[in-house]
Every structure is written in C-alpha cells, then in structure tokens.
Design a protein around this ligand. Structure first.
Ligand code: SF4
Ligand code: FE
Length: 492
C-alpha cells in the first residue's frame, strides 16, 4: 500500500473501535471531538508533509526490510545521515504545528525494540526479532501510527515491580498460554495514544529476576479487547469547546498534543506480537535505547516549536511598537542562541551515532542525554523571555466574545466590542485582532494547552532530569578523565 494521505489517516481512525473516556464519560465520536481533533490534525501533518515533494527527502526513506518507500516515522535508521534527517524532520514538524505531533514515540520504539530483540535472540534463541520484523513490515506497508508506551504508574517509587502492593503498578503477565500471554496494568501520560493504530509496550525500568513477569514487551492494536484510554486534561483545554468564531482564545486552534492513561485489563497478546517475555536482564537495554532515541528527538521537535515561539515573540514586539528597542533585539538573540544550542545537541548526538549489533543506528548516548538535560532548562528560559517581550496582556486580555460583543456599555452607545478594540489597539498599522491573536498564541505556548508539549514535557518527557544525570554519570568516563590529568601531571 502507498503512503496514506492526511485525510486517509483521519478516516482510518474512524474504523477502529478505540475506547476513549473523558470527563467521566465514553466519547463515541472522538475523531471529531473539539478537544481531541487538534491532536489528530497534528499527527495528520506527518502524513501530509510526506506527500509533499519539497519534503520527500526528510519525510520518507527506503525500508531496509522491504526496499519499499516508507514514512520516516516508520523507518529503522540505517546511518548517521538517517539520524540527522530524523532530527531535521522533527524540527520541521514542530515549526508546522507548534505542538507535539506524537508519532515519534513509535519511531523511537521501533528502533529500540529492533536492536534489543536481536540481542535477546542471540542469547536465548528466541524469535522476538523475527516477530518484530514482521510486525514492522506490516506497520510500514500500511503506513500506520504506533504509540511507544513505556511509562508505568510505578506506585511506590522505592519499590521494585514485584514489591508493589498492587502488582498492576507495572504492566505484567498474568497468564501464560500456548498461543500467547494475558497482560494487565497501565501506562501513564501516553503521547498520541488514541491517535495510534497500534501500541508497542515496553518496560519502564531495568529489572531483576524477581520482576520476570513484569519484563515484557509486545505490540497490540489500539482497540484490542480489554484496552481503553482516559484522556488527560490540559491547561485551558475547554476553551476548545467554546463556540467562538475565530477560535482566537484557543491560541492554536488547529494543532495540539495529547496524553492519556492507557489501561490494559486482561488483554490477550498472541505469541507473534511478543518481543520480550521474562528475559529480565534486557529490560534495561530496551529502556536505555528508547530513552536515548527520545532524548535525541527533543533536540528536533522542541527546537521547531521554539522557532515558532521566537517568531511569535518578535511579532508581539512589532505589534507593540517596540521592535527597535535594543533590549528586545538582545532577548530575541538570546532565545535564538538557546534554541540553536538545543538543535546542536540533537545534531551532534546523531552525527556521533553508531550501528547496533542488529544493524540499525543508535545515537551517541552521552550526547543525547546532554541534549535532553538542556531541554529541561532552555525552553523555560525561552518562554520567560517570550513573556517578558509580550507583556502582561497575554494573560489579562478580555475574551474574543467581548471583542465581538454588540452589548452597549458606553455613554455614547459604544459596544463592549468597540471599547475593547479601542483600548487594546497597538500600532496604527496593526489590527487589534492580530495583536489579540499573537498574545493568545503566546499564552497557549507558554502556559496554555501547548505548554504541556513545550514546557512540562521538556522537563519530564523522555525521562525527568535526574534520569539524564544518571546516564551522564554512567557515560561520562570520569576514570578516563582522571587518567588524562594524571598523565600530564606526572602522577603514576
Ligand atoms: Fe515527538 Fe517531541 Fe512529541 Fe516526543 S514530545 S512525541 S519527540 S513531538
Ligand atoms: Fe514526549
């Protein structure tokens, strides 16, 4: 099958029996739900850009498994060039959506599971790698979106999976049959979950022998029997439900991210979709590789979104008539410097990549972790500067309904709309509506619904800061550095 168009992708979601709950109720037509649809539009952009000849080189690749053309989001990286193109593709999508476009978690899972299953099979003679290859060929040929599901609820953080009072705190096997396994548990803050055709589940931490039943990885269709999702709230999310003509108050009415709680209530997984089942010592490898790829990903996607934040801040300055002030220019330079530093990390960890035993390419782990550690900081500073430039109006302006209101409020018959338009005017040559739009857009990016993707996700997505520091400690080679000092200082 050829690559799907954006429209075909959206229609393909309607054919699934995905179970979605929100505000305590089941949502039947979730594809057209105003709070969900922007996140679907975002994934649809990964299909739309792949159809555009201008972006073909970044958005598509040739499958090493079939020789056929595939969307890069379903590709196994075959070189450092592929790793670099991945980051560039993510920056492009961040620029086009100013949101989290969700499809990367699947791509990062494919590459981590592909190489890990190869090494499990090498040690145990299992057939997980073959299972995975067959699964991925199906994904590539049908141009599917797959959620990479890693983060378990984790319960009491001081306890291992088998020590939890509730065993469901980590996804685990509850029954082993000849034809497959039955699994229970959940994954939290799952990006793009309901917008995915399939899910790949992976463990979330390294495990010991007692955690064997929790050391499990598998694929399952998003509408599998026993699986359902509870939709995550975002700041200002119900603004998307308001009926306003221009959707100005939403800030970014077209695109958005999505996170859900995914529950597995006795879901049966046939043998052919199992990629890890009890080989506990490989759980850590899978986690580390997935996290490494996803930490690289942030050096692309967050940079693309950062480009839009910087552009919006520059527009706000212009609309306020202060674009020539030297401190404004300097703040825009600082934002650009921070954003390009993040990009440099994403590119660097890609250029320094190397082949895994399975043949696909892995990023440089130390540099990918440095990349993500910077992401936990710089977007906060970029947002702080954007708020500084924009001014308080981005959080104090009346609603779009006020700007459009015909209700008379003034002594001379002025309407609320006229009063708002009078007092919120900026430069003569800029419409008040444009000023309104850029302020609401910045509000959305800095602390509204999109701030999930740009701020808090920068902190916790792909692992919280401490997780990167542990990896930096492990990869930093302090012993080697001590030796360098000893050699030069003449210490034996
Ligand atoms: Fe992709 Fe970035 Fe969203 Fe992760 S946070 S899924 S890398 S867009
Ligand atoms: Fe993320």
């Amino acid at each position: 099958m050829a690559l799907m168009t954006a429209k075909e992708y959206i229609e393909s979601l309607r054919k699934l029996n995905t179970r979605v709950y929100m505000f305590g109720e089941k949502i039947d037509n979730w594809v057209d739900h105003p709070m969900i649809r922007p996140s679907i539009n975002c994934v649809a952009m990964t299909y739309a850009l792949a159809q555009n000849p201008e972006y073909e080189d970044l958005m598509t690749a040739t499958s090493n498994l079939t020789g056929r053309k595939v969307n890069r989001f379903a590709h196994l990286h075959q070189s450092t060039e592929d790793l670099v193109k991945k980051v560039k593709m993510q920056r492009l999508l961040g620029q086009k959506t100013a949101s989290c476009f969700q499809r990367c978690v699947g791509m990062d899972a494919f590459n981590a599971v592909y190489s890990t299953t190869y090494e499990i099979d090498e040690k145990y003679g299992t057939s997980y790698h073959e299972n995975f290859k067959n699964f991925l060929i199906m994904v590539q040929d049908n141009d599917l979106t797959v959620d990479g599901a890693m983060t378990d609820p984790k319960g009491d953080r001081s306890k291992a999976p088998h020590q939890q009072s509730d065993p469901d705190m980590f996804v685990h096997v509850v029954e082993r049959r000849d034809d497959g396994i039955v699994v229970c548990g959940a994954k939290v803050h799952q990006t793009g979950s309901i917008n995915s055709h399939w899910h790949i589940f992976m463990p979330t931490i390294a495990m010991g022998e007692a955690d064997k039943d929790w050391a499990v990885s598998f694929a399952c269709p998003t509408d599998a029997e026993g699986m359902y999702m509870i939709y995550g709230r975002q700041s200002c999310d119900t603004r998307k439900m308001e009926e306003s003509q221009g959707c100005i108050d939403v800030g970014n009415a077209k695109f958005g991210g999505q996170e859900t709680l995914v529950v597995l209530d006795h879901v049966f997984i046939p043998n052919e979709y199992i990629f890890l089942n009890g080989e506990y010592e490989f759980a850590g490898m899978m986690v580390e590789r997935f996290a490494g790829y996803h930490r690289q990903s942030y050096g692309g996607c967050k940079v693309g979104v950062g480009d839009v934040v910087i552009g919006a801040a520059a527009l706000a300055a212009e609309y306020n008539g202060v674009e020539k002030a030297s401190h404004i220019k300097d703040k825009l330079i600082e934002m650009t410097h921070l954003n390009e530093t993040l990009y440099s990390c994403g590119i660097a960890c890609s250029c320094e990549g190397c082949p895994t035993k399975a043949g696909n390419y892995q990023i440089d782990l130390l540099l990918a972790n440095v990349c993500k550690q910077n992401i936990t900081r710089f977007p906060y500073e970029i947002v702080r500067l954007a708020e500084d430039i924009a001014g308080g109006l981005m959080v104090t302006m009346p609603s779009e309904a006020d700007f459009n209101s015909d209700t008379v409020v003034g002594r001379n018959g002025e309407t609320i709309g006229e009063i708002c338009n009078k007092y919120f005017a900026g430069r003569d040559d800029v419409s008040t509506e444009d000023r309104q739009r850029i302020m609401r857009f910045l509000e959305n990016m800095c602390l509204g619904a999109a701030a999930v993707g740009y701020r808090t996700e920068s902190m916790h997505g792909a692992g919280s800061p401490q997780a990167q520091r542990i990896m930096i400690a492990r990869q930093g080679n302090i012993q080697g550095k001590k030796q360098l000092a000893k050699d030069i200082a003449g210490i034996k």
